[in-house]
Write a protein that binds this ligand. Structure first.
Ligand SMILES: Cc1ncc(COP(=O)(O)O)c(C=O)c1O
Length: 392
């Protein structure tokens, strides 16, 4: 019997230690990690510099309430603004960052309607869940927070039909991560931004999975020539230390005045000390160019694989968030299990998408190793299931 709620479908294996891009389970078996703990461990496991920063802060002071100055929050916020006019609010998770974004958008505009997109994922708290455009996530938890409207992703006409003067915000992921690694089209995003401006709605970009270097730029929005009014971060920001951030244009600061919103732990000193170092290391041209190079290597290898087997329907993504759409969900399940047996940890997204989110510090050799394992598993499966391979 377990003393835990069964809300997670857990595997039997327990990971007990990690180093760089390798994890080890309780039996001593090692795995190459293409998950980053679901997009969290962007700098890999057991990083000496991050360990040192965390330990130094742990020996100094763990926590102070947000009743006192916190210079570490100021420093991280300055880094997140990245030379632009943005201010930050710190919290502890992605869902909390989105809650803050939703509350700020409603307060700043005085309007309540928020448009989000089918297949989106924004978190599990009531606001973030209500923003999430997936019925399966809502099931049993109704009534939801009112005035959320869901429209199809990458479709401008249906958005035009819904957006109006009562719209407080349009909220979206630039790559729908949990939904199936579905990238937004650039022309669509720019049209969304124009519509927001026309109707006085705020543009909220959920960068929780795509931010902090994951797509090869520090923020994914940099690749879309847009300037969000608000964007949200979590996952990679703390490289495993729980932290989230809601970042908004400086002009919105007055709407989150004293007493309007808050969190006991938000911007905790341990989290901020690590976040500062994470951002300092990732937001460097050389580091980000390397991510782009590794991305190319992985995409090239996967595209070559896709030419060899009809089991792969499509390959999508940017940087090191990559989705391999497989023929169906039964195949996906077998592939996930077989990859794990062969020592490669990967993720699912949507119904039938194999999602790869390796640490951004992955090496060329490790990418080749991962590709070889994927090829082997797909090849063996093709033989068993009768899926055609090139040359058959
Ligand atoms: C795009 C996006 N937004 C929000 C969340 C929720 O973040 P958290 O689980 O930290 O609450 C996630 C988590 O997967 C996410 O991918």
């Amino acid at each position: 019997m377990s003393y835990l709620f069964p809300n997670y479908q857990r595997k039997e294996l327990e990971l007990i230690k990690g180093s760089k891009c390798t994890l080890t389970d309780q039996t001593g078996k090692s795995y190459l990690d293409f998950t980053s703990g679901i997009g969290v461990m962007n700098l890999g496991y057991n990083d000496p510099e991050l360990n040192q920063v965390l330990l130094e802060q742990a020996n100094l002071l763990w926590h102070t309430p947000n009743l006192y100055e916190n210079h570490l929050q100021e420093q991280v916020a300055e880094k997140l603004a990245n030379g632009k006019e943005y201010v930050s609010y710190f919290c502890n998770s992605g869902a909390e960052a989105n809650e803050a974004a939703i509350k700020l958008a409603r307060k700043a505009t005085g309007k309540s309607k928020i448009i989000t997109f089918t297949n989106s994922f924004h978190g599990r708290t009531y606001g973030a869940m209500s923003a999430t455009g997936q019925e399966i996530i809502h099931a049993g938890f109704e009534p939801l927070v009112p005035d959320f409207i869901y429209v199809p992703f990458n479709d401008i006409e249906l958005l035009k039909a819904e957006i109006d003067q009562q719209t407080a915000a349009v909220m979206l992921e630039l790559i729908q991560g949990e939904g199936g690694v579905l990238p937004a089209e650039e022309s669509w995003i720019q049209a969304v931004q124009s519509l927001c401006k026309e109707y006085g709605a705020l543009l909220i970009i959920d960068e929780i999975q795509t931010g902090i270097g994951r797509t090869g730029t520090f923020y994914a929005y940099e690749q879309y020539q847009i300037e969000p009014d608000i964007f949200t971060l979590a996952k990679g920001l703390g490289n495993g230390i729980p932290v989230g951030a809601m970042v908004g244009k400086t002009s919105l600061a007055e709407f989150f005045g004293p007493g309007s919103h808050g969190s006991t732990f938000g911007g905790n000193k341990l989290a901020m000390s690590v976040a500062y170092k994470v951002v300092e290391r990732i937001n460097q041209p050389k580091f980000l160019q390397d991510v782009q190079k590794k991305s190319q290597q992985l995409f090239t290898g996967l595209n070559q694989l896709a030419e060899k087997t009809s089991m792969i329907k499509a390959i999508r993504g940017k940087g090191l968030i990559i989705g391999i759409e497989l023929a169906n969900q039964d195949i996906l399940k077998i592939v996930l299990d077989q990859l794990e047996i062969e020592g490669l940890l990967t993720l699912k997204a949507g119904q039938n998408v194999l999602r790869l989110l390796p640490p951004l510090t992955i090496t060329e050799n490790e990418i080749d190793q991962g590709l070889m394992i994927i090829e082997k598993v797909l090849h063996n499966l093709a033989k068993q299931t009768g899926f055609s391979e090139k040359g058959d």
